[in-house]
Design a binder for this molecule. Sequence first.
Ligand SMILES: CC(C)(COP(=O)(O)OP(=O)(O)OC[C@H]1O[C@@H](n2cnc3c(N)ncnc32)[C@H](O)[C@@H]1OP(=O)(O)O)[C@@H](O)C(=O)NCCC(=O)NCCS
Length: 131
Amino acid sequence: MSRRYPTLDEFIKKHLITPDFPKNSYVQELGFRELYVRMTTRYINDERLAPVLDIAKAMASKPGKGAFTKLLARLREQYPTLHIFAEQVLNDRFALRLEKLGFTKLNPNIHGESYFLKARARGEEQRANVG
Ligand SMILES: CC(C)(COP(=O)(O)OP(=O)(O)OC[C@H]1O[C@@H](n2cnc3c(N)ncnc32)[C@H](O)[C@@H]1OP(=O)(O)O)[C@@H](O)C(=O)NCCC(=O)NCCS
């Protein structure tokens, strides 16, 4: 990556404070060679959900060394009101792991091969956690 992309934390925090900040970006995150994310509002099973972090493209620097597992744990801890949407998961092994981690497979006719993890908490607490 030649230019400096924001870190994932910078991207998320800017969004939570200034929602009109660009909604998609490559971001830097320890353990990832490439990570492309989006901040969205989604309608899932007729429910309007926001903020949703779409993980649109992910490539670990060294697959199988725990970068994704650590990232997910950190997101759940640091941003409890953030929903997570894993987009176009074409890797069957990873899809199975996502289900074990609590993600739900969405209707492929509507969402493609995507998985969703609902936020742990409701939105009001979010801003209080942005440090
Ligand atoms: C998928 C990926 C982003 C996960 O990140 P990671 O840091 O490797 O993940 P972790 O080490 O925390 O392991 C979590 C899960 O990732 C998947 N994974 C790990 N290494 C993998 C590899 N070499 N190939 C495919 N999937 C792998 C596994 O499902 C693993 O859980 P499991 O061992 O219980 O099945 C990473 O493995 C990767 O970049 N794979 C190649 C590219 C790819 O498939 N990207 C598309 C994702 S939709």
